[in-house]
Design a protein around this ligand. Structure first.
Ligand SMILES: O=C(O)[C@H]1O[C@H](OP(=O)(O)OP(=O)(O)OC[C@H]2O[C@@H](n3ccc(=O)[nH]c3=O)[C@H](O)[C@@H]2O)[C@H](O)[C@@H](O)[C@@H]1O
Length: 431
């Protein structure tokens, strides 16, 4: 017996025209035609869905790739452009904490003289983020790009060093503030310890390794009573967790210098103040309260002694930072290995003339032309130290550091900025 197909399909169908064959054939064709149409439609629909989905994912990845999020093409271009050096023997500097007070001023100064500057900031809300955004806009207007990211993000840091061979890192990102450490101790560990180590790891792995200049603090002198404070004085009695994390930073950077050949310069800043300053600091919050007619609290030390600070104007600090970058020796490591000894330095950057807090308030009253409602209380074991006073002979000798702005002049400049930034007319401030 012939197989079914042979019965239905003769070897030469054109020659053999059997009715049975034709009717079966027609039914088969109809059936086949409708099945194949359905099949084709199904195929078409599957193809359509698949291409829609892949188009979607292409668009998603394309948008990500071309947008400003880190790792995108557009982001890389912004980083590269910002790092461009525009002077002979210039440097390309990664400034962490660039939307912060000191970071903004240092970034502007470097850019102004033709160095390449890439900023990095996590824009946290420790204080009014709108002020940080305003500083960012100021930097953007000078063609300085700020990467939004955290120094704890190792992948992002590695990417940055991949894209740019930074010659220097100006590390200013930190959790600042002496008294806030009692409220949120973990934030100090996160930024000042963990973040610092993550950054140092990235610097150690970078090829070439950058030289590092970073912000320590006058608070490391803690309960030291020898005045003025010299870099060689004891710093093993911190009075606050903030101070302890800054002191730890000095030790941690030392190990990276010792093991991996990173060039390190630590700067002990003494109560820095000025335009675009930090709203959590006394001179800033006092100004706000005085203008709003609110009372201010003035802390007083043991035996009713006034507290005093070696208040240092921002422009002087900037000169110290830039001088440190300019004189920093090169890092000597590569491939994570030290190839020779590298510089390790620590400098006080102060003003050398301490002023008591009530005197500082008196100056503000004069510039604001408003009397403060003062409320004096005894210092509450809150991490504060009674006084600070910098010996700056080392910085003077090595960096050419020479502060030139006294507190009276610096506060006048600050008040002028404050009134214009917050939209006060001079009349409004006079009561
Ligand atoms: O030099 C430093 O190392 C430190 O300087 C400042 O710390 P601090 O000197 O305590 O600055 P403020 O918070 O502005 O306080 C200045 C003075 O005003 C006093 N104060 C502060 C706040 C207040 O409400 N009342 C008051 O009398 C403080 O006790 C202190 O004596 C910064 O906040 C720290 O980040 C920095 O590291």
């Amino acid at each position: 017996m012939r197989p079914l197909e042979e019965q239905l399909y003769p070897s030469t169908p054109g020659k053999f025209k059997d009715k049975t064959y034709y009717s079966v054939n027609r039914q088969f064709h109809r059936c086949f035609a409708s099945t194949s149409t359905m099949f084709l439609w199904a195929l078409f629909l599957i193809a359509l869905t698949a291409s829609y989905l892949s188009f979607q994912s292409f668009m998603d990845s394309g948008t990500r790739y071309l947008s400003s999020t880190w790792g995108s093409l557009h982001w890389e271009k912004q980083v590269r452009d910002s790092a461009q050096i525009h002077r002979v023997n210039g440097m390309s500097v990664l400034v962490t904490g660039a939307a912060g007070f000191v970071g903004t001023h240092v970034s502007l100064a470097l850019k102004k003289r033709g160095d390449g500057v890439v900023g990095l900031d996590n824009f946290n809300n420790y204080y009014d983020p709108s002020l940080k955004k305003a500083r960012k806009n100021l930097l953007n207007s000078q063609n300085i790009f700020i990467v939004e990211g955290d120094i704890n993000d190792a992948r992002m840091l590695a990417k940055l060093f991949d894209i740019v061979a930074f010659t220097h890192v100006m590390h200013l990102a930190a959790q600042a503030g002496v008294r806030y450490a009692m409220e949120n101790p973990q934030s100090y560990v996160h930024s000042n310890i963990a973040g610092l180590v993550t950054l140092l790891e990235a610097c150690k792995n970078a090829n070439p390794q950058p030289a590092i200049v970073w912000a320590s603090s006058s608070s490391v002198y803690g309960l030291n009573e020898k005045v003025p404070f010299s870099e060689s004085d004891r710093t093993d009695q911190p009075a606050s967790l903030y101070a302890a994390t800054k002191k730890a930073g000095e030790e941690i950077t030392h190990t990276y210098n010792h093991i991996y050949g990173l060039s390190v310069t630590g700067l002990r800043f003494f109560t820095v103040y000025g335009p675009w300053g930090r709203p959590d600091m006394a001179y800033f919050s006092f100004t706000r309260n005085i203008l709003q007619g609110k009372p201010i609290t003035i802390y007083r030390g043991k035996n009713r002694v006034d507290l005093a600070r070696d208040f240092t104007y921002i422009d002087d600090i900037v000169k110290g930072c830039v001088g440190s970058l300019d004189t920093a020796g090169k890092s000597t490591g590569s491939g994570g290995k030290k190839r020779g000894p590298a510089t390790y330095r620590i400098f006080n950057l102060g003003n050398t003339s301490p002023v008591t807090v009530p005197m500082m308030v008196g100056m503000l009253e004069k510039h604001l032309k408003v009397k403060a409602k003062k409320h004096t209380v005894d210092m509450l074991g809150n991490g504060d130290v009674p006084f600070t006073h910098a010996n700056i002979s080392s910085a003077r000798k090595e960096l050419g550091y020479k502060p030139t702005t006294d507190l009276q002049t610096g506060l006048r400049k600050f008040v002028r900025w404050y009134l214009s930034y917050y939209g006060y007319s001079q009349e409004k401030s006079v009561k």
